[in-house]
Design a protein around this ligand. Structure first.
Ligand code: ADP
Length: 227
């Protein structure tokens, strides 16, 4: 199976003036292309730190990380940014939409950053809105939408670049049960079409959508369950 993610002995320390916190203490994980993996574990065990490293928002202190077959340590900041924009889609618990931009403009933003021409942008934004059933809200601003609609906009923004992998951090954390299920069904659908999904969650219901659950404890992988 081709690997989308492979980490070897990743460690991460956060240092303040007099305190040293080892957030990750040797993490080895592999995620195959097309897998749907859930990462679980108690608060403070290192889930967010790991996701930030996997999503190229942060770097490990020690250890190696290959994304899509390339050792990311070989990349400069520009290449990392390009990879982040082109290969990775992010979905966050807090939606992270821009209040001053309407639905259309929020979804268009990553394409603008990538320099996609206007006509192509329009086509892709409209497709993404259609898929996420949010086209009727194109001109609305985030604060005019329900939580479920905001998360659908965020997912549209994540998929508009056709990412190979989606990192979702507690994607249903701010949603009621019905809206949460809708979001999970969307992630499952994208996964069914070949997108690799790595998701942090506290929810057993959400984890049940994944093919594999990685349980972390104290900065390490404690157990892995194939389901
Ligand atoms: P989780 O997402 O599982 O709740 P985190 O990855 O957020 O865990 O945190 C792991 C550990 O690293 C915790 O002890 C946390 O306090 C510490 N930590 C995380 N980020 C920072 C930071 N920027 N500075 C200092 N300590 C941090």
């Amino acid at each position: 199976m081709e690997k989308m993610i492979k980490t070897e002995n990743i460690r991460k320390v956060f240092r303040t003036e007099d305190v040293e916190t080892w957030a990750l203490n040797g993490v080895d994980i592999e995620v195959a292309k097309g897998e749907f993996v859930a990462i679980m574990g108690p608060s403070g065990c290192g889930k967010s730190t790991l996701m930030n490293i996997l999503g190229l928002l942060d770097s490990p202190t020690e250890g190696s990380y290959c994304l899509n077959g390339t050792d990311v340590a070989l990349f400069g900041e520009d290449e990392r940014t390009a990879l982040r924009k082109g290969v990775i889609g992010f979905v966050f618990q807090s939606f992270n939409l821009i209040d001053d931009l309407n639905v259309y403009e929020n979804i268009e933003l990553p394409l603008l950053y990538m320099g996609v021409p206007k006509k192509e942008r329009k086509k892709r934004v409209e497709e993404a809105m259609e898929r996420m059933d949010i086209a009727h809200r194109a001109g609305h601003f985030p604060q005019q939408l329900s939580g479920g609609q905001q998360q659908r906009v965020a997912i549209a923004r994540a998929v508009v670049t056709n990412p190979k992998i989606i990192f979702a951090d507690e994607p249903t954390g701010n949603l009621d049960s019905r809206k949460g299920i809708e979001v999970m069904e969307l992630l499952k659908q994208l996964n069914g079409e070949g997108t690799t999904v790595v998701m942090v969650t506290h929810s057993l219901r959400d984890a049940s959508y994944a093919g594999r659950v990685i349980n972390m404890f104290d900065g390490q992988v404690a157990t892995e369950i194939h389901q």
